[in-house]
Design a binder for this molecule. Structure first.
Ligand code: ZN
Length: 137
C-alpha cells in the first residue's frame, strides 16, 4: 500500500516520496527552508538595522572612504549600503556609488601625478563626497 500526503502548496494529494508537487510544482522536502528565510528581514522586527553587517552600514563606509577610498568603492559595488532615516532603512542609489567611484579615480590620478594643486582639489572633493554621503537622507 502506498502512502499519500497533501501538497504543502495546493493541498492536492501526492505520493509521500514526491520531491515536488506534480500539480503546482511546490517543493515538498524543504519545510521551513523556503526563500522567506534566505533574505535578511529589512523591515519589521525589533531592530533589523542591527542585523546588517557593520561594513554595509553607512558610517563604516564613509570612514573607509576617507581612509582608503578604493576599498569603500569595492564594498559599495559588491552589495547594498544601508542607512537609517528615522526608522526607515534606505540604501545607497547607484548615483552615489558612481560619485564615489569618480572621486576615487580622481584622487588616484592626482596622487599619481605631482601637481599639488590638483592633489588638494582631489582631497577636498573626497572630503566633500564623504560629507555628502553622510548627510544624505
Ligand atoms: Zn501542489
Amino acid at each position: 500500500m502506498t502512502n499519500f500526503v497533501h501538497c504543502r502548496g495546493c493541498g492536492h494529494q501526492i505520493h509521500e516520496t514526491a520531491p515536488t508537487c506534480p500539480r503546482c510544482g511546490a517543493p515538498q522536502t524543504l519545510a521551513g527552508q523556503g526563500p522567506a528565510t534566505a533574505q535578511a528581514p529589512l523591515s519589521g522586527g525589533p531592530s533589523p538595522y542591527g542585523s546588517i553587517p557593520w561594513f554595509r552600514q553607512r558610517w563604516a563606509l564613509v570612514c573607509m572612504f576617507l581612509v582608503f577610498p578604493p576599498a569603500a568603492v569595492v564594498i559599495a559595488w559588491s552589495g547594498e549600503i544601508y542607512y537609517l532615516v528615522g526608522t526607515t532603512i534606505k540604501t545607497f542609489p547607484k548615483s552615489a556609488k558612481i560619485i564615489m567611484t569618480v572621486i576615487t579615480a580622481l584622487l588616484l590620478i592626482a596622487l599619481a601625478g605631482d601637481d599639488e594643486a590638483f592633489q588638494g582639489f582631489a582631497g577636498m572633493t573626497l572630503i566633500g563626497g564623504a560629507v555628502g554621503l553622510s548627510i544624505r537622507k
